[in-house]
Design a protein around this ligand. Structure first.
Ligand code: G6P
Ligand code: MG
Length: 232
């Protein structure tokens, strides 16, 4: 990979790669384009409430829990509902999302991601998954990559979703590592913030305008290679 493909030079990441003992991946938008499926389902739900949810609005939903996402959608539309109504709507959105993911297969994994995970493992660096999604285990099963992870933390295992650092701290603790030993891959602004608050280094996947707080930003997960760990 040519360094020029990176939004920021990898050398700006002042980490001694010997310190990186685990790579912790977010799922939606980092390993597979389920972030788009979440958006489609939220947009459909918002439309039923007369709210036009834009792709820019959607950035605020990435990485945050289902209920918190719904609250952001309602706030955007200036709509106020009872807890019971919110539960119903969150279930409705999830039903649409589940219909979308059930059609998924391993060929939807982003290019280069399987190779990246395998080559990271070959270097003796451990691999974790930290997703706020309660559907993460099912998605990993459908993609046939569940056994590639030493630890999997999903939305059912945490109390506070990103930007709270809980999910990443739990992953580090289950790996029996210090947070400073871990490098996070994240596509969400809330996720980058959570990684930083956890005391971890972070590779932002996407746009530098949104993810500028990450130590380095790449356009696609597959732009990173295990060899880049040695350049950090
Ligand atoms: C991830 C996604 C969010 C989603 C959240 C909860 O963090 O980035 O967009 O809202 O998981 O997902 P769930 O599948 O539990 O509704
Ligand atoms: Mg994500």
């Amino acid at each position: 990979m040519a360094k020029t493909e990176l939004t920021r030079e990898l050398t700006s990441l002042t980490v001694d790669s010997n310190l990186i003992k685990a790579a912790i991946f977010d799922l939606d938008g980092v390993i597979v384009d389920t972030a788009h499926y979440h958006y489609m389902a939220w947009k459909q739900l918002a439309a039923t409430l007369g709210i036009d949810l834009t792709i820019e609005d959607n950035e605020r939903l990435k990485g945050v829990s289902r209920m918190h996402s719904l609250e952001i959608v309602l706030e955007i539309g200036g709509v106020s509902l009872s807890e019971a109504e919110k539960e119903k709507l969150a279930d409705k959105k999830n039903g649409w999302f589940v219909d979308l993911i059930e059609k998924m297969s391993p060929d939807e994994i982003f290019p280069g991601v399987t190779d990246l995970i395998e080559s990271i493992r070959r270097k003796g660096v451990r691999v974790g998954l930290a997703s706020s999604s309660k559907n993460a285990p099912r998605v990993l099963e459908l993609l046939h990559i569940r056994d590639q992870f030493d630890v999997i933390i999903d939305g059912t295992m945490i109390t506070h979703s990103k930007p709270d650092p809980e999910i990443f701290l739990l992953a580090a603790s289950r790996l029996d590592l210090n947070p400073t030993d871990c490098l996070v891959f994240e596509d969400a602004e809330a996720g980058v913030e959570a990684a930083i608050r956890a005391g971890m280094k972070c590779v932002g996947v996407g746009n530098v305008a949104q993810l500028g707080k990450a130590n380095v930003v790449i356009a696609k997960t597959g732009d990173f290679t295990a060899a880049d760990l040695d350049k950090l």
